[in-house]
Design a protein around this ligand. Structure first.
Ligand SMILES: Nc1nc2c(ncn2[C@@H]2O[C@H](COP(=O)(O)OP(=O)(O)OP(=O)(O)O)[C@@H](O)[C@H]2O)c(=O)[nH]1
Ligand SMILES: [Mg+2]
Length: 434
C-alpha cells in the first residue's frame, strides 16, 4: 500500500516535470493565412499580464482566418470572413520568415508577354455569364474593370518584388505594457469578390461578369520569447554571477527558478523585506546569464542566445573578478561585446561589481592591493564614463558573493536603479500618450 502510494507520487512528479517542461516553449514557427476573398484578417495582441510565466506553447502552429462566403443572386453580398485575434505574451518577438507571393508575381515567373499575362489574370480573376466571355473581352465596361484590377495587381507586384519597392518584412516586438491592448495586423484578408451589380453604370445596366475574391496573404513567422528581468548580470565565465544571484536571492529573499533544457537561464526575485513593510526597495527580478566571452557578438559559444535577454534588462550589472589580474581588460571585453551586439548597449550597465574582494584581504599587504585595484578600477570606469561608453551614473561596488559581504549595498543600489528606470519608463509612456 505504502509502496503503491510512493510509486503514484513518483509518477506524479515525473508527469508534472514533463508537463512543466512542455508548457515552457520559447520559440515557435507558425503558419498564418488570412481568409480568402472575404476579408478575414489575423491580428496579434498582447496577453494580459499576471497570467503566470510567459510561454508560447498555447500558440497554434497553424492560424487561419475564416474565409468569406460567396455572394448570391438578387444583389446579395457574400458573408465577410471573421477576423482571428491571437494573444501572444509580453516579450515576444515576431519575425517574418516567408511571405506568399501574390498571384501576379507567379504569373510573371511564367511569362513576360503582356498578352499571356492578360490571359492569366482574366482566367484567374473574372467569371462570365455563360457564353459571354468573348463578348466581354471587347466590352468597354469589362475592359475598364480589368484595367483597374491590373493596376491593383501591379501594386501588389511592386510591394512583393525584392528588386522594386518590396514591403519591409514584418517584425514586431511585443514588450511594451503601454500598448497592451494594441492589435497588430499580421495578414490582411483577401478583398472580397465583386458581383456584377457593382459594375452597373447608366449606360450599361447589366454587366455580364463578376470578379472573384482577391488573394489572401499567407506568411510563416517565428515567435521568440525573450526573458524579461529588471536586472541582467553580465560577466566573463567564473566571475561569480550565479553566486551573486544566490547571495541576493537566498536567505532573505524568494527565488523563482525556471529551468530550460537549452538555455538554462535563472531568474530570481530580490525581495529584501519578504514583501513586508521592512522592505526598503520594491521587489525586482534578476537574471543570471552564461559567461560572456570575447567574440560572443560573433555568435561564439552561447553568444546571441542570452544577449537577447540582456538587451531587455532595465539595469545591467558588470560582474568582474577583482582578484584576477585581467579585471580591467575583462571590463573592456564585456563593453566591447555588448556594443558589438547592439550599439550603445554597454551604456545600460550602471553598476560594476568588483567581486571576490575577499580574496584580496587577510593581510595588510593584500588590503593595500585591494584598495589599489579598486582605485584603478574606479579610474578606469570614470574614463569610460567620460568617453561616453558607460552611463554617467555607473558606480563600482566591491563585493564578496561567496561570503555575502556588501550584498545589502548592491541590493539597495539595484533596487534604486530599477525603481528610477521604471519611473522614467512610465513618464516616457505618459508623454507618448499625451
Ligand atoms: N572567494 C570567492 N569566490 C567566489 C566569489 N564569488 C564566486 N566565487 C567562486 O567563483 C566560482 C565561480 O562562481 P560562479 O558564481 O559559478 O560564476 P559564474 O560567473 O556564474 O560562472 P559561469 O556561470 O561559468 O559564467 C565558484 O567556485 C564560486 O564559489 C567570491 O566572492 N569570493
Ligand atoms: Mg553561472
Amino acid at each position: 500500500m505504502i509502496r503503491k502510494s510512493l510509486n503514484d507520487a513518483a509518477q506524479r512528479v515525473r508527469v508534472d516535470g514533463k508537463r512543466r517542461h512542455k508548457s515552457f516553449v520559447d520559440f515557435v514557427v507558425v503558419d498564418v493565412k488570412a481568409g480568402n476573398g472575404g476579408n478575414g484578417a489575423v491580428a496579434f495582441t498582447k496577453t494580459p499580464t499576471g497570467l503566470g510565466p510567459p510561454t508560447l506553447h498555447t500558440i497554434p502552429k497553424k492560424i487561419r482566418a475564416a474565409n468569406g462566403a460567396g455572394g448570391s443572386g438578387d444583389g446579395r453580398v457574400g458573408k465577410r470572413g471573421s477576423d482571428t485575434i491571437i494573444q501572444i505574451p509580453r516579450g515576444t518577438v515576431v519575425k517574418e520568415l516567408w511571405r506568399s507571393p501574390p498571384p501576379v508575381y507567379l504569373d510573371r515567373q511564367i511569362s513576360s508577354d503582356e498578352e499571356t499575362l492578360t490571359e492569366l489574370r482574366r482566367d484567374r480573376a473574372w467569371t462570365h455569364y455563360p457564353g459571354m466571355e468573348e463578348a466581354n473581352a471587347t466590352h468597354p465596361l469589362f475592359l475598364d474593370a480589368d484595367k483597374e484590377l491590373k493596376r491593383i495587381e501591379n501594386l501588389q507586384y511592386r510591394r512583393y518584388d525584392p528588386a522594386l519597392e518590396q514591403e519591409k518584412a514584418l517584425e514586431l516586438d511585443v514588450t511594451d505594457d503601454a500598448h497592451s491592448h494594441a492589435q497588430h495586423l499580421i495578414v490582411k484578408g483577401g478583398e472580397g469578390g465583386v458581383g456584377n451589380p457593382a459594375f452597373v453604370t447608366h449606360v450599361h445596366r447589366s454587366p455580364k461578369f463578376a470578379r472573384r475574391g482577391l488573394h489572401a496573404e499567407h506568411v510563416k513567422l517565428s515567435l521568440e520569447l525573450k526573458l524579461l528581468a529588471d536586472v541582467g548580470l553580465v560577466g566573463l565565465p567564473n566571475a561569480g554571477k550565479s553566486s551573486i544571484l544566490s547571495a541576493l536571492t537566498n536567505s532573505k529573499t524568494k527565488v523563482a527558478n525556471y529551468a530550460f533544457t537549452t538555455l538554462k537561464p535563472e531568474i530570481g526575485v530580490v525581495d529584501d523585506g519578504n514583501g513586508e513593510e521592512l522592505s526598503t526597495t520594491p521587489p525586482f527580478t534578476i537574471l543570471d546569464n552564461p559567461g560572456l566571452i570575447a567574440e560572443a557578438a560573433m555568435n561564439k559559444g552561447l553568444g546571441h542566445t542570452f544577449l537577447r535577454s540582456v538587451e531587455r534588462a532595465l539595469v545591467l550589472v558588470y560582474v568582474l573578478d577583482l582578484s584576477s589580474d585581467s579585471h580591467l581588460h575583462d571590463l573592456d571585453t564585456l563593453v566591447h561585446e555588448l556594443n558589438e551586439y547592439k550599439a550603445g548597449l554597454a551604456k545600460a550597465g550602471t553598476v560594476v561589481v568588483a567581486n571576490k574582494a575577499d580574496l584580496l584581504g587577510g593581510s595588510e599587504e593584500k588590503n593595500v592591493e585591494a584598495r589599489e585595484r579598486l582605485q584603478n578600477l574606479t579610474a578606469h570606469v570614470n574614463s569610460l564614463i567620460s568617453n561616453h561608453t558607460l552611463h554617467p551614473s555607473t558606480t563600482v561596488i566591491p563585493l564578496s558573493a561567496k561570503h555575502a559581504a556588501n550584498v545589502s549595498i548592491l541590493t539597495q543600489t539595484l533596487g534604486d536603479r530599477v525603481s528610477r528606470s521604471k519611473q522614467q519608463q512610465q513618464q516616457h509612456e505618459q508623454q507618448e500618450i499625451e
